[in-house]
Design a protein around this ligand. Sequence first.
Ligand code: URA
Length: 192
Amino acid sequence: MMEWMELERQCTECQKCALAETRTNVVFGVGSKEAKVLFIGEGPGEQEDLKGEPFVGRAGKLLDDMLELIHLNRKNIYIANMVKCRPPKNRDPRPEEQEACLPWLRNQAALLQPEIIVCLGRIAAMRIINPNFKITKEHGIWFEKNGCQVMALYHPAALLRDPNRRPETFEDLKKLEKRIQLLCPETFSLGD
Ligand code: URA
């Protein structure tokens, strides 16, 4: 296991899969290194690739609004992706790309030791919770993984495409807020 500085240094030089050839920037992750709540998205899109930061495009704006609804912000959680480089044309990351990238995320999780993991969308949920995960049926349900509480939310990009899913997501967010209050209430003031 590497410490943060070395991990980020090596990660930004990664050549372990073909996405390295087409990326502009590696999108390592943002947030508090003391965070007890880890959000995991799918992979960088165009804006993220250009900026080197996760969730800075339209879906990112919605994610910020979702966080605000439950009194969270980017400074009191940590946000990362299943793959750290943009898949061309925003296609789903391939299994071999996800496997190649997973050790970076595992090391981040080992450093953070989160109480709660939130999977944003089915790609993260299928890898973290269960390969047969059905986002339409299983969003908002708590799972336990190595002593960590894990739930999936609809991906903010899916909520942009289908606003009908927003009320359910609001309920899921409220569940998340309650569990943070129970397990790691210090989250709400981290980074102030
Ligand atoms: N979608 C993701 O899953 N991650 C990002 O960082 C941006 C958009």
